[in-house]
Design a protein around this ligand. Structure first.
Ligand code: AMP
Length: 407
C-alpha cells in the first residue's frame, strides 16, 4: 500500500519517491526536474538529517525544505507534526506560505504566517508556522512551539547575525528540549571559513546539542557566486548628480521590470520622489522599513503582477524575494559588502533565467567594487567571493562606511 502511493511517473522528482500527488502539484506549476541543490539536499532531509544548505540565489531552496515536510504530511503512516520556518521579514513569510499552498491540493493542512499585529490561532490543520523571530516572540512559546518537530532557518546567516541573532539562538535552544527534532539551515551566503562564519556557528551549536553526528552540510557548485546568465556592469560616476542622471537614462531605455537598490531609507525616500517627478510614464513603488507592512505587501503584489514596473528599495528587499520577470537590478548605491551584492544581484536571473546588474561606483567605493568586479571576472570564483566576505570588515573601515545604516 505504502509503495502504491508513491510516484512512479516519468518526472524526475519521482527519484525522491515523493507521493504522486505532490509530484503532480509541482508539475502543475511547471517544475519537473530538481535543481542541483534539490538533488543534493532533499534525500538528506527525507532521511531525517539535520541539514545545512548553501546554494546560490534563485536555486530553489524553498522547495528543498518544504517538499520533505509536505511529503511527511502526506505520508499518513506517520503521526503528523508541525514545522516552524524562521525568516528575516514578514514579506518572505507570506512568500513561503504561498509556496506551501502551491504544494497543497487539499485543505487538510495549511501554513500560517505569523504577523506582529494579528492574534494567532493555531487550528489543528496548521502544519507550518512561518515567522520572523521577533513576531514569534509576541506569543507564548510553550503553546506555539508545542508540536514543532521540524525547524528551518531560511536566510540563516541573517538570522544568526545582527539584530535577530540573540532571539534566534534562544528559539533554537528552546526547540532542542524534549522530543527529537530536525533542523535545516539554508542560505545563499553561508561562509564557512573562520570561527565566526555562519557555518562554523551552526556546527558548534549542533555539536553542543549532540546533533552533529546526524548532520550534513551541502553546497551547490554555484554557492557564493553570481548566478550564470547574469550580465554585470560597473558604471563609474563622479557625483551623486551624475548617478541620478545615469539612473534616469537607464530606466528610460529599459522596458522590463527594474529594482533599484539604495543603502539607506533617506536615500530611498528621496530617490523615489525625484524619480516620480521625472518619470511620469512609469509606475513606481517604494519599499523600505518605514512603509507599513500592508503597503509593503501591496507594493510587492503589484510589482509581481506588473502593475508597477520600477521598485525603489533598501536591502529590505534584497533577501529571498522571488519576483517574476525582474530583468534588471540597479545598485544606485554601491552595496556595503559582497554579501549584499550577491543578494541584490540575486533578485534577477532566478531559476536559470537571464538578468542584468548595473552598479554605480563613486570614487570612494572603488576598493570594494574592484574586488567584486575581479571576483566576477575571475570566472566568478567562489573562493574569491569567500575572501571578500572575510575582508568586508576591513574594507568597510578603509572605505569609512558605517555598518547598520537603516534599512
Ligand atoms: P527559491 O530559490 O526557492 O526562491 O526559488 C526560485 C524560483 O525557482 C522560484 O520561482 C521557484 O518556483 C523556481 N524553482 C524551484 N525549483 C525549481 C525547479 N526544480 N525547476 C524550475 N524552477 C524551480
Amino acid at each position: 500500500m505504502f509503495l502504491a502511493r508513491r510516484c512512479v511517473c516519468s518526472g524526475t522528482f519521482s527519484k525522491f519517491r515523493l507521493t504522486d500527488n505532490l509530484v503532480r502539484c509541482l508539475e502543475n506549476v511547471g517544475i519537473t526536474k530538481p535543481t542541483e541543490i534539490q538533488e543534493k539536499s532533499i534525500p538528506l532531509i527525507l532521511d531525517r538529517k539535520h541539514t545545512v544548505i548553501n546554494a546560490e540565489t534563485g536555486s530553489g531552496k524553498t522547495l528543498c525544505y518544504l517538499l520533505p515536510f509536505v511529503e511527511h504530511l502526506r505520508n499518513q503512516t506517520l503521526h503528523p507534526y508541525r514545522s516552524l520556518v524562521l525568516v528575516p521579514n514578514q514579506e518572505l513569510a507570506h512568500q513561503v506560505v504561498s509556496v506551501f499552498d502551491s504544494l497543497s491540493d487539499s485543505h487538510d493542512y495549511k501554513a500560517c504566517a505569523v504577523s506582529g499585529s494579528n492574534s494567532l490561532t493555531l487550528h489543528s490543520n496548521v502544519a507550518a508556522i512561518v515567522s520572523t523571530p521577533a513576531s514569534l516572540a509576541n506569543y507564548s512559546w510553550p503553546v506555539i512551539l508545542k508540536h514543532v518537530r521540524y525547524t528551518v532557518l531560511d536566510e540563516a546567516d541573517l538570522l544568526l547575525s545582527g539584530s535577530a541573532q540573540k532571539l534566534t539562538w534562544k528559539i533554537l535552544d528552546y526547540l532542542t528540549r524534549n522530543d527529537p527534532k530536525q533542523f535545516v539551515f539554508c542560505g545563499a551566503t553561508l561562509p564557512a571559513k573562520g570561527k565566526m562564519a555562519t557555518q562554523s556557528l551552526i556546527e558548534r551549536w549542533l555539536k553542543r546539542n549532540n546533533l552533529l553526528d546526524n548532520s550534513s552540510f551541502v553546497a551547490s557548485r554555484g554557492a557564493h557566486r553570481l548566478v550564470r546568465g547574469l550580465d554585470v556592469e560597473f558604471v563609474p560616476v563622479s557625483s551623486t548628480e551624475s548617478k541620478f542622471e545615469n539612473l534616469l537614462a537607464f530606466i528610460r531605455e529599459e522596458r522590463s521590470k527594474i529594482i533599484v537598490f539604495t543603502n539607506t531609507v533617506a536615500t530611498c525616500i528621496d530617490l523615489y520622489s525625484m524619480l516620480v517627478d521625472r518619470l511620469t510614464q512609469r509606475k513606481l513603488g517604494r519599499l523600505d522599513k518605514t512603509v507599513s507592512s500592508e503597503m509593503r505587501s501591496k507594493t510587492l503584489r503589484e510589482f509581481a503582477r506588473g502593475k508597477l514596473d520600477v521598485l525603489v528599495c533598501t536591502d529590505l528587499a534584497s533577501r529571498g524575494f522571488d519576483i517574476p520577470n525582474v530583468e534588471t537590478v540597479i545598485q544606485y548605491d554601491f552595496p556595503e559588502n559582497s554579501t549584499a551584492f550577491l543578494h541584490r544581484a540575486g533578485r534577477t536571473a532566478r531559476a536559470e533565467r537571464k538578468g542584468k546588474v548595473i552598479s554605480f561606483v563613486l570614487s570612494n567605493e572603488t576598493a570594494l567594487a574592484d574586488l567584486v568586479e575581479s571576483a566576477c571576472l575571475n570566472g566568478n570564483d567562489a573562493s574569491t567571493f569567500e575572501r571578500i566576505f572575510s575582508r568586508k570588515r576591513a574594507l568597510r573601515k578603509r572605505l569609512g562606511v558605517k555598518q547598520g545604516a537603516a534599512k
